[in-house]
Design a protein around this ligand. Sequence first.
Ligand SMILES: Nc1ncnc2c1ncn2[C@@H]1O[C@H](COP(=O)(O)OP(=O)(O)O)[C@@H](O)[C@H]1O
Ligand SMILES: O=C(CO)[C@@H](O)[C@H](O)COP(=O)(O)O
Length: 492
Amino acid sequence: MSATDGPYVVGVDSSTQSTKVLVVDVATGAVVASGQAPHTVTTGAGRESDPEQWFEALCAALAQCGEAAHRAAAVAVGGQQHGLVTLDARGRPVRPALLWNDVRSAPQARRLVEELGGARAWADRCGSVPGASFTVSKWAWLTEHEPEAAAATAAVRLPHDYLTGRLTGTGTTDRGDASGTGWWASATEAYDEEVLASVGLDPALLPRVVGPGEVAGTVRESHGDLPFSTGTLVAAGTGDNAAAALGLGLLPGTPVLSLGTSGTVYAVSRRRPADPTGTVAGFADARGGWLPLACTLNCTQAVDRIATLLGLDREAVEAGGTATVLPYLDGERTPDLPHASGLLTGVRQDTTGGQLLQAAYDGAVHALLDALDRVLAVDAEDAADGPAGGADPAAPPAPLVLIGGGARGTAWQETVRRLSGRAVRIPEARELVALGAAAQAAGLLTGEDPAAVARRWDTARGSVLDPVERDEETLRRISGVLADAGPLLGAR
Ligand SMILES: Nc1ncnc2c1ncn2[C@@H]1O[C@H](COP(=O)(O)OP(=O)(O)O)[C@@H](O)[C@H]1O
Ligand SMILES: O=C(CO)[C@@H](O)[C@H](O)COP(=O)(O)O
Protein backbone atom coordinates (compact mmCIF):
# COMPACT_ATOMS: atom_id res chain seq x y z
CA MET A 1 0.00 0.00 0.00
CA SER A 2 1.39 3.44 -0.88
CA ALA A 3 1.56 6.32 1.57
CA THR A 4 -1.63 7.82 0.17
CA ASP A 5 -4.00 4.88 -0.27
CA GLY A 6 -6.24 5.85 2.60
CA PRO A 7 -8.66 5.79 4.23
CA TYR A 8 -7.92 9.25 5.55
CA VAL A 9 -8.77 10.86 8.87
CA VAL A 10 -8.62 14.48 10.00
CA GLY A 11 -7.11 15.53 13.33
CA VAL A 12 -7.70 19.06 14.65
CA ASP A 13 -5.75 21.07 17.23
CA SER A 14 -7.74 24.15 18.22
CA SER A 15 -5.28 25.71 20.64
CA THR A 16 -4.80 29.16 22.06
CA GLN A 17 -3.07 30.87 19.16
CA SER A 18 -4.33 28.94 16.14
CA THR A 19 -6.16 25.99 14.64
CA LYS A 20 -4.02 23.33 12.98
CA VAL A 21 -5.41 20.43 10.98
CA LEU A 22 -3.78 17.34 9.56
CA VAL A 23 -5.15 14.89 7.03
CA VAL A 24 -3.55 11.55 7.86
CA ASP A 25 -3.42 8.21 6.07
CA VAL A 26 -4.77 5.61 8.51
CA ALA A 27 -2.60 2.81 7.18
CA THR A 28 0.76 4.55 7.36
CA GLY A 29 0.35 7.68 9.47
CA ALA A 30 1.61 9.78 6.56
CA VAL A 31 0.45 13.39 6.77
CA VAL A 32 -1.02 13.98 3.33
CA ALA A 33 -2.18 17.57 3.87
CA SER A 34 -2.15 20.23 6.57
CA GLY A 35 -3.53 23.68 7.29
CA GLN A 36 -3.33 26.39 9.95
CA ALA A 37 -5.31 29.55 10.71
CA PRO A 38 -4.80 32.04 13.56
CA HIS A 39 -7.06 33.00 16.49
CA THR A 40 -7.43 36.35 18.18
CA VAL A 41 -7.01 36.50 21.97
CA THR A 42 -7.81 39.68 23.89
CA THR A 43 -5.09 41.38 25.92
CA GLY A 44 -5.55 43.52 29.02
CA ALA A 45 -7.20 42.25 32.20
CA GLY A 46 -8.73 39.10 30.70
CA ARG A 47 -8.08 36.52 27.98
CA GLU A 48 -11.05 35.89 25.72
CA SER A 49 -11.62 34.49 22.21
CA ASP A 50 -14.70 34.26 20.02
CA PRO A 51 -15.75 30.59 19.56
CA GLU A 52 -17.24 31.44 16.16
CA GLN A 53 -13.72 32.49 15.12
CA TRP A 54 -12.43 29.01 16.12
CA PHE A 55 -14.97 27.48 13.74
CA GLU A 56 -14.01 29.92 10.96
CA ALA A 57 -10.33 29.07 11.58
CA LEU A 58 -11.19 25.36 11.39
CA CYS A 59 -12.91 25.88 8.03
CA ALA A 60 -9.99 27.99 6.76
CA ALA A 61 -7.39 25.43 7.86
CA LEU A 62 -9.41 22.61 6.28
CA ALA A 63 -9.69 24.57 3.03
CA GLN A 64 -5.87 24.66 2.89
CA CYS A 65 -5.89 20.84 2.86
CA GLY A 66 -7.63 20.80 -0.53
CA GLU A 67 -9.13 17.61 -1.90
CA ALA A 68 -7.55 15.35 0.75
CA ALA A 69 -9.87 16.66 3.49
CA HIS A 70 -12.91 15.71 1.38
CA ARG A 71 -11.77 12.09 1.56
CA ALA A 72 -11.79 11.93 5.38
CA ALA A 73 -13.76 9.01 6.81
CA ALA A 74 -13.52 10.26 10.42
CA VAL A 75 -12.51 13.41 12.30
CA ALA A 76 -11.64 14.34 15.89
CA VAL A 77 -10.97 17.65 17.63
CA GLY A 78 -8.35 18.35 20.29
CA GLY A 79 -8.74 21.74 21.94
CA GLN A 80 -7.24 24.11 24.51
CA GLN A 81 -8.47 23.00 27.94
CA HIS A 82 -10.71 24.67 30.53
CA GLY A 83 -12.19 27.52 28.42
CA LEU A 84 -15.76 28.47 29.31
CA VAL A 85 -18.02 28.56 26.24
CA THR A 86 -21.56 29.74 26.97
CA LEU A 87 -24.22 29.12 24.33
CA ASP A 88 -27.75 30.46 24.05
CA ALA A 89 -30.84 28.42 23.16
CA ARG A 90 -29.94 28.65 19.45
CA GLY A 91 -26.40 27.38 20.05
CA ARG A 92 -24.79 30.81 19.55
CA PRO A 93 -22.12 32.11 21.97
CA VAL A 94 -23.67 34.36 24.62
CA ARG A 95 -20.30 36.14 24.96
CA PRO A 96 -16.67 35.38 24.05
CA ALA A 97 -15.12 32.34 25.73
CA LEU A 98 -13.11 32.88 28.93
CA LEU A 99 -9.78 31.14 28.30
CA TRP A 100 -7.56 28.94 30.52
CA ASN A 101 -5.04 31.80 30.98
CA ASP A 102 -7.59 34.38 32.17
CA VAL A 103 -6.71 34.92 35.83
CA ARG A 104 -9.67 37.18 36.74
CA SER A 105 -11.32 34.11 38.27
CA ALA A 106 -8.57 33.62 40.90
CA PRO A 107 -10.71 34.98 43.80
CA GLN A 108 -13.60 32.66 42.85
CA ALA A 109 -11.20 29.69 42.75
CA ARG A 110 -9.91 30.49 46.21
CA ARG A 111 -13.43 30.83 47.57
CA LEU A 112 -14.55 27.54 46.04
CA VAL A 113 -11.61 25.71 47.57
CA GLU A 114 -12.45 27.12 51.01
CA GLU A 115 -16.21 26.51 50.73
CA LEU A 116 -15.99 22.89 49.64
CA GLY A 117 -13.70 21.49 52.31
CA GLY A 118 -10.24 22.78 51.37
CA ALA A 119 -7.48 21.61 49.05
CA ARG A 120 -7.22 18.00 50.31
CA ALA A 121 -10.96 17.43 49.86
CA TRP A 122 -10.87 18.88 46.35
CA ALA A 123 -7.88 16.76 45.36
CA ASP A 124 -9.63 13.65 46.68
CA ARG A 125 -12.94 14.21 44.86
CA CYS A 126 -11.92 16.06 41.70
CA GLY A 127 -8.27 15.03 41.37
CA SER A 128 -7.26 18.70 41.26
CA VAL A 129 -7.40 21.79 43.42
CA PRO A 130 -9.12 24.27 41.10
CA GLY A 131 -7.28 27.48 40.28
CA ALA A 132 -8.28 30.40 38.08
CA SER A 133 -7.85 28.27 34.93
CA PHE A 134 -10.54 25.76 35.84
CA THR A 135 -13.94 26.14 34.18
CA VAL A 136 -15.78 26.03 37.50
CA SER A 137 -13.96 29.18 38.67
CA LYS A 138 -14.78 30.90 35.37
CA TRP A 139 -18.47 30.06 35.67
CA ALA A 140 -18.43 31.42 39.25
CA TRP A 141 -16.77 34.61 37.93
CA LEU A 142 -19.43 34.95 35.22
CA THR A 143 -22.34 34.54 37.62
CA GLU A 144 -20.86 37.26 39.85
CA HIS A 145 -19.74 39.74 37.19
CA GLU A 146 -22.18 39.15 34.33
CA PRO A 147 -25.28 37.53 35.82
CA GLU A 148 -27.31 38.39 32.71
CA ALA A 149 -24.87 36.37 30.54
CA ALA A 150 -25.06 33.43 32.94
CA ALA A 151 -28.87 33.63 32.91
CA ALA A 152 -28.94 33.63 29.09
CA THR A 153 -26.79 30.47 28.95
CA ALA A 154 -28.60 27.36 27.73
CA ALA A 155 -25.50 25.19 27.27
CA VAL A 156 -21.98 25.19 28.73
CA ARG A 157 -19.16 23.76 26.64
CA LEU A 158 -15.38 23.46 26.52
CA PRO A 159 -13.57 24.60 23.34
CA HIS A 160 -13.29 21.10 21.88
CA ASP A 161 -16.94 20.36 22.78
CA TYR A 162 -18.02 23.50 20.94
CA LEU A 163 -16.26 22.52 17.72
CA THR A 164 -17.36 18.90 17.95
CA GLY A 165 -20.91 20.18 18.45
CA ARG A 166 -20.60 22.37 15.34
CA LEU A 167 -19.81 19.18 13.41
CA THR A 168 -22.40 16.82 14.95
CA GLY A 169 -25.14 19.11 16.19
CA THR A 170 -25.04 17.38 19.59
CA GLY A 171 -23.56 18.22 23.00
CA THR A 172 -20.67 15.92 23.86
CA THR A 173 -17.36 16.00 25.71
CA ASP A 174 -14.89 13.35 26.92
CA ARG A 175 -13.38 12.40 30.27
CA GLY A 176 -9.99 14.00 29.43
CA ASP A 177 -11.36 17.49 28.89
CA ALA A 178 -14.17 17.11 31.46
CA SER A 179 -11.50 16.48 34.11
CA GLY A 180 -10.27 20.06 33.68
CA THR A 181 -13.60 21.64 34.54
CA GLY A 182 -13.58 21.17 38.31
CA TRP A 183 -17.18 19.83 38.16
CA TRP A 184 -16.22 16.35 36.99
CA ALA A 185 -15.27 14.11 39.92
CA SER A 186 -12.33 11.89 39.04
CA ALA A 187 -13.17 9.70 42.04
CA THR A 188 -16.54 8.69 40.56
CA GLU A 189 -15.94 9.62 36.91
CA ALA A 190 -19.19 11.60 36.84
CA TYR A 191 -20.36 15.19 37.10
CA ASP A 192 -20.21 16.33 40.72
CA GLU A 193 -23.69 17.60 41.60
CA GLU A 194 -22.56 19.23 44.85
CA VAL A 195 -19.91 21.30 43.06
CA LEU A 196 -22.42 22.23 40.35
CA ALA A 197 -25.00 23.26 42.94
CA SER A 198 -22.41 25.40 44.72
CA VAL A 199 -21.96 27.51 41.55
CA GLY A 200 -25.62 27.38 40.52
CA LEU A 201 -25.03 25.44 37.31
CA ASP A 202 -27.78 23.08 36.16
CA PRO A 203 -26.24 19.73 35.07
CA ALA A 204 -28.72 19.68 32.18
CA LEU A 205 -26.63 22.45 30.57
CA LEU A 206 -23.58 20.18 30.35
CA PRO A 207 -22.58 17.86 27.50
CA ARG A 208 -22.77 14.05 27.57
CA VAL A 209 -19.39 12.49 28.42
CA VAL A 210 -18.51 10.15 25.55
CA GLY A 211 -16.39 7.17 26.60
CA PRO A 212 -13.00 6.26 25.11
CA GLY A 213 -13.47 4.55 21.73
CA GLU A 214 -17.10 5.73 21.45
CA VAL A 215 -18.42 7.77 18.55
CA ALA A 216 -19.53 11.30 19.48
CA GLY A 217 -21.76 11.49 16.40
CA THR A 218 -21.61 12.03 12.66
CA VAL A 219 -21.24 15.16 10.60
CA ARG A 220 -24.72 16.63 10.30
CA GLU A 221 -25.76 17.89 6.91
CA SER A 222 -22.60 19.04 5.21
CA HIS A 223 -22.41 22.70 4.26
CA GLY A 224 -20.24 24.80 2.01
CA ASP A 225 -17.51 25.68 4.50
CA LEU A 226 -16.76 22.12 5.60
CA PRO A 227 -15.19 19.47 3.35
CA PHE A 228 -16.83 16.52 5.12
CA SER A 229 -19.71 14.46 3.75
CA THR A 230 -22.85 14.09 5.83
CA GLY A 231 -22.43 11.02 8.03
CA THR A 232 -18.63 11.25 8.43
CA LEU A 233 -17.74 9.78 11.83
CA VAL A 234 -16.81 12.22 14.61
CA ALA A 235 -14.74 10.86 17.52
CA ALA A 236 -15.00 12.13 21.09
CA GLY A 237 -12.04 14.52 20.80
CA THR A 238 -10.33 15.68 24.00
CA GLY A 239 -8.22 18.41 25.60
CA ASP A 240 -5.02 19.33 23.80
CA ASN A 241 -2.64 17.80 26.34
CA ALA A 242 -4.54 14.49 26.44
CA ALA A 243 -4.58 14.55 22.63
CA ALA A 244 -0.80 15.01 22.51
CA ALA A 245 -0.40 12.06 24.91
CA LEU A 246 -2.41 9.99 22.43
CA GLY A 247 -0.41 11.44 19.55
CA LEU A 248 2.83 10.26 21.14
CA GLY A 249 1.40 6.83 22.00
CA LEU A 250 2.65 7.67 25.48
CA LEU A 251 3.41 4.92 28.01
CA PRO A 252 3.86 5.41 31.78
CA GLY A 253 7.38 6.43 32.73
CA THR A 254 8.00 8.87 29.86
CA PRO A 255 7.60 12.54 30.80
CA VAL A 256 6.53 15.13 28.23
CA LEU A 257 7.34 18.82 28.29
CA SER A 258 5.22 20.94 25.95
CA LEU A 259 6.32 24.46 25.05
CA GLY A 260 3.41 26.47 23.64
CA THR A 261 1.45 29.47 24.90
CA SER A 262 1.23 27.32 28.03
CA GLY A 263 4.13 25.26 29.27
CA THR A 264 2.99 21.84 30.40
CA VAL A 265 4.72 18.86 31.89
CA TYR A 266 2.97 15.52 32.24
CA ALA A 267 3.08 11.74 32.06
CA VAL A 268 0.41 9.08 31.68
CA SER A 269 -0.35 7.04 34.76
CA ARG A 270 -2.54 4.14 35.83
CA ARG A 271 -2.93 5.80 39.22
CA ARG A 272 -5.52 8.53 39.79
CA PRO A 273 -3.59 11.63 40.90
CA ALA A 274 -4.72 13.65 43.91
CA ASP A 275 -2.14 16.34 44.75
CA PRO A 276 -3.38 18.54 47.61
CA THR A 277 -0.69 21.17 46.90
CA GLY A 278 -2.52 21.92 43.63
CA THR A 279 0.70 21.88 41.59
CA VAL A 280 -0.26 18.70 39.75
CA ALA A 281 -3.68 18.66 38.14
CA GLY A 282 -5.18 15.19 38.25
CA PHE A 283 -6.54 15.04 34.73
CA ALA A 284 -7.99 11.96 33.11
CA ASP A 285 -6.46 10.91 29.82
CA ALA A 286 -8.50 10.14 26.70
CA ARG A 287 -8.24 6.37 27.11
CA GLY A 288 -9.22 5.29 30.63
CA GLY A 289 -6.03 6.18 32.49
CA TRP A 290 -4.75 9.40 34.04
CA LEU A 291 -2.67 12.40 33.08
CA PRO A 292 -0.97 14.10 36.05
CA LEU A 293 0.00 17.50 34.62
CA ALA A 294 1.41 20.85 35.71
CA CYS A 295 0.89 23.95 33.60
CA THR A 296 2.45 27.40 33.43
CA LEU A 297 0.76 30.46 31.96
CA ASN A 298 3.98 32.02 30.68
CA CYS A 299 5.98 30.04 28.19
CA THR A 300 6.78 30.74 24.52
CA GLN A 301 4.72 33.91 24.21
CA ALA A 302 6.16 35.44 27.38
CA VAL A 303 9.75 34.71 26.32
CA ASP A 304 9.06 35.98 22.78
CA ARG A 305 7.64 39.17 24.31
CA ILE A 306 10.79 39.68 26.37
CA ALA A 307 12.93 39.11 23.24
CA THR A 308 10.86 41.77 21.47
CA LEU A 309 11.28 44.21 24.38
CA LEU A 310 15.03 43.62 24.20
CA GLY A 311 15.00 44.02 20.42
CA LEU A 312 16.53 40.56 20.02
CA ASP A 313 15.82 37.50 17.91
CA ARG A 314 14.47 34.67 20.08
CA GLU A 315 17.66 32.68 19.49
CA ALA A 316 20.04 35.53 20.48
CA VAL A 317 20.76 34.17 23.96
CA GLU A 318 24.09 34.50 25.75
CA ALA A 319 25.33 32.36 28.63
CA GLY A 320 26.59 33.69 31.96
CA GLY A 321 25.80 36.66 34.13
CA THR A 322 23.89 37.10 37.35
CA ALA A 323 20.44 38.19 36.16
CA THR A 324 17.27 36.34 37.09
CA VAL A 325 13.99 36.80 35.21
CA LEU A 326 10.67 35.44 36.45
CA PRO A 327 8.69 35.89 33.20
CA TYR A 328 5.26 35.85 34.85
CA LEU A 329 3.81 38.47 32.51
CA ASP A 330 0.26 37.07 32.65
CA GLY A 331 0.24 36.18 36.35
CA GLU A 332 1.27 32.59 37.01
CA ARG A 333 -0.38 29.26 37.76
CA THR A 334 2.76 27.20 38.56
CA PRO A 335 3.88 28.49 41.00
CA ASP A 336 0.43 29.63 42.16
CA LEU A 337 0.83 33.41 41.76
CA PRO A 338 -2.16 34.59 39.72
CA HIS A 339 -1.54 38.26 40.54
CA ALA A 340 2.20 38.22 39.75
CA SER A 341 3.87 40.21 37.01
CA GLY A 342 7.31 39.75 35.49
CA LEU A 343 10.33 40.28 37.75
CA LEU A 344 13.92 41.13 36.80
CA THR A 345 16.71 41.14 39.36
CA GLY A 346 20.49 40.70 39.59
CA VAL A 347 21.33 43.10 36.73
CA ARG A 348 24.93 44.48 36.69
CA GLN A 349 26.86 46.98 34.52
CA ASP A 350 28.16 44.13 32.39
CA THR A 351 24.86 42.26 31.96
CA THR A 352 24.06 41.83 28.26
CA GLY A 353 20.69 41.73 26.53
CA GLY A 354 21.40 38.16 25.47
CA GLN A 355 21.93 37.16 29.10
CA LEU A 356 18.61 38.76 30.07
CA LEU A 357 16.91 36.77 27.32
CA GLN A 358 18.57 33.55 28.49
CA ALA A 359 17.41 34.36 32.02
CA ALA A 360 13.82 34.59 30.71
CA TYR A 361 14.12 31.12 29.16
CA ASP A 362 15.63 29.85 32.42
CA GLY A 363 12.79 31.34 34.48
CA ALA A 364 10.13 29.75 32.27
CA VAL A 365 11.80 26.33 32.26
CA HIS A 366 12.60 26.40 36.00
CA ALA A 367 8.88 26.55 36.84
CA LEU A 368 8.15 23.52 34.64
CA LEU A 369 11.04 21.40 35.87
CA ASP A 370 10.21 22.16 39.49
CA ALA A 371 6.75 20.75 38.81
CA LEU A 372 8.13 17.79 36.81
CA ASP A 373 9.43 16.25 40.03
CA ARG A 374 5.88 16.19 41.44
CA VAL A 375 4.42 14.80 38.21
CA LEU A 376 7.01 12.04 38.25
CA ALA A 377 6.23 11.30 41.89
CA VAL A 378 2.73 10.17 40.76
CA ASP A 379 4.34 8.13 38.02
CA ALA A 380 6.89 6.59 40.42
CA GLU A 381 4.07 5.37 42.68
CA ASP A 382 2.55 3.93 39.54
CA ALA A 383 5.78 2.13 38.64
CA ALA A 384 5.86 0.61 42.10
CA ASP A 385 2.53 -1.11 41.35
CA GLY A 386 4.01 -3.57 38.89
CA PRO A 387 6.26 -4.20 35.95
CA ALA A 388 3.82 -2.77 33.39
CA GLY A 389 3.52 0.45 35.37
CA GLY A 390 6.76 2.22 34.60
CA ALA A 391 10.45 2.18 33.95
CA ASP A 392 13.03 -0.19 35.51
CA PRO A 393 14.33 1.82 38.52
CA ALA A 394 17.91 0.80 37.67
CA ALA A 395 17.64 2.13 34.11
CA PRO A 396 18.62 5.73 33.28
CA PRO A 397 15.61 8.07 33.30
CA ALA A 398 13.63 8.08 30.07
CA PRO A 399 14.36 11.08 27.84
CA LEU A 400 12.13 14.08 28.35
CA VAL A 401 9.96 14.38 25.24
CA LEU A 402 9.91 17.98 24.02
CA ILE A 403 6.90 19.09 21.95
CA GLY A 404 4.92 22.25 21.09
CA GLY A 405 6.00 25.19 18.93
CA GLY A 406 8.95 26.01 21.21
CA ALA A 407 10.47 22.55 20.75
CA ARG A 408 11.69 23.75 17.34
CA GLY A 409 13.86 26.44 18.93
CA THR A 410 17.50 25.73 19.79
CA ALA A 411 17.42 28.08 22.78
CA TRP A 412 14.45 26.18 24.25
CA GLN A 413 16.05 22.80 23.57
CA GLU A 414 19.36 23.78 25.15
CA THR A 415 17.72 25.43 28.17
CA VAL A 416 15.64 22.34 28.91
CA ARG A 417 18.66 20.11 28.48
CA ARG A 418 20.89 22.19 30.78
CA LEU A 419 18.31 22.73 33.53
CA SER A 420 16.89 19.18 33.51
CA GLY A 421 20.13 17.23 33.18
CA ARG A 422 18.11 14.65 31.22
CA ALA A 423 18.31 13.37 27.68
CA VAL A 424 15.79 15.21 25.51
CA ARG A 425 13.85 13.60 22.66
CA ILE A 426 12.52 15.88 19.93
CA PRO A 427 9.93 14.12 17.77
CA GLU A 428 10.12 14.93 14.07
CA ALA A 429 6.33 15.15 14.00
CA ARG A 430 5.39 18.73 14.75
CA GLU A 431 1.70 18.67 15.48
CA LEU A 432 1.30 16.03 18.18
CA VAL A 433 -2.10 17.31 19.33
CA ALA A 434 -3.59 17.10 15.84
CA LEU A 435 -1.88 13.75 15.32
CA GLY A 436 -3.42 12.46 18.55
CA ALA A 437 -6.85 13.59 17.39
CA ALA A 438 -6.19 11.87 14.05
CA ALA A 439 -5.17 8.68 15.88
CA GLN A 440 -8.42 8.83 17.87
CA ALA A 441 -10.40 9.20 14.64
CA ALA A 442 -8.43 6.32 13.07
CA GLY A 443 -9.21 4.15 16.10
CA LEU A 444 -12.93 4.55 15.33
CA LEU A 445 -12.34 3.08 11.89
CA THR A 446 -9.98 0.25 12.82
CA GLY A 447 -11.11 -0.59 16.36
CA GLU A 448 -7.56 -0.01 17.63
CA ASP A 449 -6.52 1.82 20.80
CA PRO A 450 -5.57 5.34 19.54
CA ALA A 451 -2.26 5.28 21.42
CA ALA A 452 -1.44 1.99 19.67
CA VAL A 453 -2.32 3.65 16.35
CA ALA A 454 0.19 6.42 17.14
CA ARG A 455 2.87 3.89 18.03
CA ARG A 456 2.18 2.05 14.78
CA TRP A 457 2.60 5.39 13.00
CA ASP A 458 5.91 5.88 14.90
CA THR A 459 4.98 9.46 15.79
CA ALA A 460 7.57 9.78 18.58
CA ARG A 461 10.43 9.10 16.16
CA GLY A 462 13.07 11.81 16.40
CA SER A 463 16.54 12.76 17.54
CA VAL A 464 17.66 12.36 21.15
CA LEU A 465 20.01 14.96 22.64
CA ASP A 466 22.36 13.42 25.22
CA PRO A 467 22.08 14.56 28.83
CA VAL A 468 24.44 17.27 30.11
CA GLU A 469 25.30 18.10 33.70
CA ARG A 470 22.41 19.86 35.41
CA ASP A 471 22.98 23.57 36.04
CA GLU A 472 22.18 23.45 39.77
CA GLU A 473 23.55 26.93 40.41
CA THR A 474 21.01 28.59 38.12
CA LEU A 475 18.16 26.50 39.50
CA ARG A 476 19.16 27.46 43.06
CA ARG A 477 19.42 31.13 42.15
CA ILE A 478 15.94 31.20 40.64
CA SER A 479 14.44 29.28 43.57
CA GLY A 480 16.10 31.78 45.94
CA VAL A 481 14.63 34.79 44.10
CA LEU A 482 11.20 33.14 44.13
CA ALA A 483 11.40 32.50 47.85
CA ASP A 484 12.52 36.08 48.61
CA ALA A 485 10.17 37.89 46.24
CA GLY A 486 6.85 36.65 47.66
CA PRO A 487 5.27 40.06 48.41
CA LEU A 488 6.39 41.52 45.05
CA LEU A 489 4.75 38.59 43.27
CA GLY A 490 1.48 38.91 45.15
CA ALA A 491 2.05 35.68 47.10
CA ARG A 492 -0.47 34.99 49.88
N1 LIG B 1 11.19 27.83 15.37
C1 LIG B 1 10.73 28.18 16.56
N2 LIG B 1 11.56 28.39 17.59
C2 LIG B 1 11.10 28.72 18.81
N3 LIG B 1 9.81 28.90 19.10
C3 LIG B 1 8.94 28.73 18.11
C4 LIG B 1 9.33 28.35 16.81
N4 LIG B 1 8.21 28.25 16.05
C5 LIG B 1 7.17 28.55 16.86
N5 LIG B 1 7.61 28.85 18.10
C6 LIG B 1 6.82 29.22 19.27
O1 LIG B 1 5.71 28.38 19.31
C7 LIG B 1 4.62 29.07 19.93
C8 LIG B 1 3.34 28.44 19.45
O2 LIG B 1 3.37 27.11 19.86
P1 LIG B 1 2.09 26.21 19.81
O3 LIG B 1 2.44 24.92 20.47
O4 LIG B 1 1.58 26.17 18.42
O5 LIG B 1 1.12 27.10 20.72
P2 LIG B 1 -0.39 26.91 21.13
O6 LIG B 1 -0.65 25.43 21.03
O7 LIG B 1 -0.44 27.42 22.53
O8 LIG B 1 -1.24 27.73 20.21
C9 LIG B 1 4.78 30.52 19.57
O9 LIG B 1 4.45 31.31 20.70
C10 LIG B 1 6.28 30.65 19.22
O10 LIG B 1 6.96 31.35 20.24
O1 LIG C 1 -4.54 25.00 30.67
C1 LIG C 1 -3.84 24.18 30.10
C2 LIG C 1 -3.61 22.84 30.69
O2 LIG C 1 -4.18 22.68 31.95
C3 LIG C 1 -3.21 24.56 28.80
O3 LIG C 1 -2.24 23.62 28.40
C4 LIG C 1 -4.27 24.75 27.74
O4 LIG C 1 -4.78 23.48 27.36
C5 LIG C 1 -3.77 25.56 26.56
O5 LIG C 1 -2.85 24.90 25.78
P1 LIG C 1 -1.98 25.55 24.58
O6 LIG C 1 -2.88 26.34 23.73
O7 LIG C 1 -0.89 26.35 25.20
O8 LIG C 1 -1.44 24.34 23.86
